[in-house]
Design a protein around this ligand. Sequence first.
Ligand code: AKG
Ligand code: FE2
Length: 219
Amino acid sequence: MSALLASHLPTDTSLFARIADDIYQQGFSVQEYALPESLANGLWEYNRAMTEKQFQQAGIGRKDDFQENDFVRRDEICWIDGTSKAGADWLHWTSEMKTFLNRRLLLGLYSFESHFAMYQEGAFYKRHFDAFKGQANRVLSLVTYLNRDWQETDGGQLVMYMNENDTTGIKVLPRFGTVVVFLSEEFPHEVLPASRCRNSIAGWFRVNGTIGDIIDPPQ
Ligand SMILES: O=C(O)CCC(=O)C(=O)O
Ligand SMILES: [Fe+2]
């Protein structure tokens, strides 16, 4: 067994239960100070030590469809695998969340992909959906923030719109440990520019979209 396996992490099933209830009732959940402390601290440390080189300009689409698009998004990303302790702990925790939500809500979540994202001062991500009806296999989006002492005046809010026609939305400050979960096809959202560097993790739970020999998610 890998020494990286994070079986010692306590699992706050009451947090997962609150998220499940919210998803069931309204399709999204915003939980402040929710990320378990040891996990949050580990991710923060790891993120802080990352170098510019580890990040790549974020694009839109995957693999062959991939295109950089400065107009839509200006963040830089680094995909998370289980090779670091912090990354392994994160994947363990999200896997427990997946198991819990599948049992509670029968969502059929199958895999999970996630990346660190760094929004330099002034960077943004314009209004978008994480998945599109019909073609989607991203079912549930998960975002958490690694910014200590973040103030309202620092900006960088996530704005979640309740539907396609909503132009007001609700704003979430990217505060350390806040966890946001929402149905990927249902909620357009955007990231407003910030006046300081903004660090987050964005991830997506997917259903198994494999048809015939087209492996999806890609290996
Ligand atoms: O960082 C956030 O608040 C949301 C990021 C996002 O929408 C995305 O990466 O798709
Ligand atoms: Fe998004």
